[in-house]
Ligand binder design. Structure first.
Ligand code: TYC
Length: 117
């Protein structure tokens, strides 16, 4: 049976079939926005014992003892340091855990979070 003109037209540029030519199909990837990240900051004060801060860093931020001492001394000298970067929910949990642990131990240690730009 003979091909109709419209059949030839529809086959002409169909990928992987037709006249043997190759058609390259390019697609632009739909852009999914990345969720924002939040820095968790530890603040210096005059009263919280250094060893308590070291313990907090080991316990809640999973750093080694020597890393914890280093970070604690940075906060002690500079006033503040970023101790981790997390999703909003994880950052909130870290801040709450540190604040609760400090309060229960009657230390004025402060921990906050801010959006990473
Ligand atoms: N400045 C405190 C002291 O001399 C130690 C300290 C370090 C406190 C870090 C808080 O986030 C802090 N005992």
């Amino acid at each position: 049976m003979a091909l109709l003109a419209r059949d030839l037209t529809s086959m002409a540029d169909t990928p992987d079939e037709g006249d043997g030519d190759t058609t390259v199909v390019t697609k632009t990837k739909p852009k999914t926005a990345k969720p924002p990240l939040y820095k968790v900051l530890l603040l210096n004060d005059d009263y919280t014992p250094m060893e308590f801060v070291v313990h907090v860093l080991e316990r809640f931020f999973g750093v080694s003892h020597s890393q914890a001492v280093e970070i604690m001394l940075t906060v002690h000298k500079k006033g503040v340091a970023v101790v981790g970067v997390y999703s909003h929910e994880i950052a909130e949990t870290k801040v709450a855990q540190v604040m609760d642990f400090a309060r229960r131990n009657q230390h004025p240690l402060q921990c906050t979070m801010e959006k990473e730009e």
